[in-house]
Design a protein around this ligand. Structure first.
Ligand SMILES: C[S@@+](CC[C@H](N)C(=O)[O-])C[C@H]1O[C@@H](n2cnc3c(N)ncnc32)[C@H](O)[C@@H]1O
Length: 631
């Protein structure tokens, strides 16, 4: 390719000799009309990144390209009432004020590209170097197979939304043009989509060059030919109402042959893919967009209880989200080591999660546990509430991560760039989501307790509770186990067997472990209350816990169960009929309120256990700090 400075010195006449390449014509047109391009670079082309800029020798100055306002392309060129940029004659001028400015720019671009509509072909050399529809790689151009690469990602939905919006804009523009007797045949949806993609992938915002008007998209020929690198050090030097210069700040580091990059600002891969049609592998600013709202009635109730006041935002979180409409901006999950830092939170395991989402699950936790918000101080949240908030957050992230599994091992080759970039984006998103799921899971795993005497609040399954019952009240435990064995066919030959079986057993479409828990808690209550025996540390921990649960959920005055139904499981019910009935009714309520599922590995398989949170009595109602100590 000839060096561009040679071209820049040639006289610029559009439409001259046919053997001049489109790039050479572009540069001649550009420089003849006030544009500047460094003599140390050339414009090259390759199939994967299209036109790009490359150093032919060491850069003698930071300036790579400078585009005057007079060469820009935007709807403003159609507006004959202004004198900031040259006017073009076009029927589209009639549409000013009747079609949105960005849409008018699409239409003007199509006119220029198709050399039609009677408009002066002012930007012909520029438009001739714009990528063809066949080169477009944003999801607006994805076929069904390409879309499959986006399955489970946020972009799968956003692409459909964007296409709908574009179709709507196209329909409305056609209506206006028809009403003004403008021939609309030329503005097919495909060309309209092409122009919209050109704008999203290379337009700048007008604010810096025309600060006194509302922002609109504006094209700066040639400056827009540089590709993006997230590490490029550049300056966008705008002189209002005059020109825009792109400078390379570390121009001394650029070697002959190096590609010279712009930096389109830190952008995540969803924005890059949707707007530009490419992605950055291992993009350092990548986050995971997440949109969650409380059900409207719960949100309403929470609002009336002043839960959206800053004093009711727990864990030392930043409260600024309260002033932002949740529909305006998405929230992002941030992986460890993210360059923007993570979210302020006294509890480290919540630092990946946006405060709005943690607050939302905090509200949900209070509702689930039936704790009136007035009883909670945001700076000293009981650990049971912390745990419930964590469980709800984990459940939501876990559910989402099941719709976006971690990437399988892939072959390095793809059938096209769309699939290559979609896969980079998709895999990066899955990686973030699963890493945050794993962080939360690690906290839950660390709280899970299997053997010995709990010395801190722990999560226990019915296996640990039954073990404790066996050691403290062997004959009651034996009776219960034989009842469970005959009712459910459970095998108690080893605890591992029991765990494996109970995890997969259902009764009435509910996990059978819920029923076991109700019986065990009922037995704990009637046994500990009436036992004088000196407590072992293990027994003490459990009996303190039961005492605490009774404090939280007092015994009912009337029962909802008939003790006879418990005959096979609870010994001596005849003598203590009323007591057993009330204890079981209590246990039923406690389990409904507090039991939760936890995934664990039993005999090499991941299974779901129903667990309870064993607090060490009222003294442990503290602020949840223990949850991360020593983790
Ligand atoms: C502002 S234009 C840059 C010029 C463009 N290469 C061309 O052929 O006209 C932005 C487009 O360039 C391509 N591009 C920019 N940076 C890229 C990169 N780092 N990797 C792959 N393609 C890139 C994408 O197609 C994007 O939509």
């Amino acid at each position: 390719m000839p060096s561009l400075n040679q071209h820049s010195q040639e006289s610029a006449q559009i439409g001259d000799s046919v053997d001049v390449s489109p790039v050479a014509r572009l540069i001649r047109w550009f420089t003849a009309n006030g544009g500047e391009l460094s003599a140390d670079v050339e414009i090259g082309f390759d199939a994967s990144s299209g036109y790009h800029c490359r150093a032919t020798r060491n850069l003698s100055s930071p300036v790579v390209a400078k585009c005057p306002l007079s060469l820009t392309l935007s709807h403003l060129n159609l507006d004959h009432t202004q004198s900031l940029v040259p006017h073009v004659e076009s029927p589209l001028a009639k549409c000013i004020g009747r079609i949105p400015n960005n849409v008018l720019t699409y239409l003007l671009l199509v006119e220029q590209r198709l050399r039609t509509g009677g408009s002066v072909l002012k930007w012909q050399p520029y438009v001739a170097c714009l990528p063809e529809p066949s080169a477009m790689t944003t999801p607006l151009w994805f076929g069904p197979e390409d879309m499959q690469c986006l399955a489970g990602t946020n972009l799968a939905r956003e692409t459909a939304v964007k296409l709908d919006r574009l179709t709507e804009e196209w329909n409305q523009a056609n209506e206006v043009m028809e009403s003004l007797d403008i021939n609309t045949n030329v503005f097919s949806f495909d060309w309209f989509r092409w122009a919209a993609t050109i704008i999203s992938s290379r337009a700048f915002i007008s604010t810096h060059i025309i600060p006194d008007k509302d922002t609109f998209p504006i094209l700066f020929p040639v400056v827009d030919i540089l590709n993006h690198s997230p590490t490029a050090k550049v300056e966008w030097d705008f002189h209002p109402f005059q020109d825009f210069t792109l400078k390379i700040l570390n121009h001394g580091d650029v070697r002959p042959g190096d590609e010279v990059y712009n930096n389109y600002a830190p952008k995540q891969n969803d924005e890059l893919l949707l707007g530009y049609g490419f992605c950055v592998a291992d993009n350092p600013v990548e986050q995971f967009a997440i949109k969650m709202r409380l059900p409207p009635q719960i949100e309403e109730a929470a609002r009336s209880m002043k839960m959206f006041e800053p004093v009711n935002v727990p864990f030392g979180m930043d409260t600024s989200f309260l002033a932002v409409d949740p529909n305006e901006e998405p929230e992002y999950l941030r992986p460890k080591g993210h360059p923007f830092g993570r979210y302020e939170n006294r509890l480290p395991f919540f630092r990946a999660i946006p405060p709005r989402i943690v607050h939302m699950f905090f509200i949900q936790a209070l509702m689930n546990l039936q704790i009136p918000p007035g009883n909670i101080q945001a700076d000293s949240v009981p650990s049971r509430v912390v745990l419930e908030t964590l469980l709800l957050t984990y459940e939501a992230i876990d559910n989402r991560s099941q719709t976006l599994p971690l990437a399988p091992k892939r072959q390095a080759s793809f059938s096209n760039d769309k699939q290559k970039y979609a896969t980079i984006y998709r895999d990066g998103q899955a990686k973030i989501l699963h890493s945050i799921r794993a962080e939360l899971k690690a906290v839950l795993d660390a709280l899970r307790f299997h053997d010995g005497v709990p010395t801190r609040p722990v999560i226990i399954s019915s296996t640990e509770a039954l073990t404790r019952l066996s050691s403290d009240f062997p004959s009651r435990a034996e009776h219960l186990q034989s009842g469970l064995a005959s009712q459910y066919g459970l095998d108690f030959s080893t605890w591992a067997r029991y765990s494996a079986e109970i995890a997969t057993l259902e009764t009435g479409q509910q996990p059978a472990e819920l029923s076991v828990w109700k019986l065990v808690l009922c037995l704990f209550l009637i046994s500990y209350e009436h036992t004088e025996a000196a407590a072992s540390p293990g027994r003490q921990a459990y009996s303190d816990w039961i005492e605490y649960l009774v404090e939280q959920t007092p015994l009912p005055t009337t029962a909802t169960v008939d003790a006879e139904a418990l005959e096979g499981f609870i010994r001596g019910w005849e003598q203590n009929r009323d007591q057993v009935e009330r204890a079981y009714t209590w246990a039923d309520e406690v389990v409904d309120k507090y039991a939760f599922p936890v995934v664990e590995e039993v005999e090499g398989e991941e299974v779901q256990r129903i667990c309870m949170y064993l607090q060490l009595g009222p003294g442990d109602a503290g602020n949840g700090d223990w949850m991360f100590k020593g983790l």
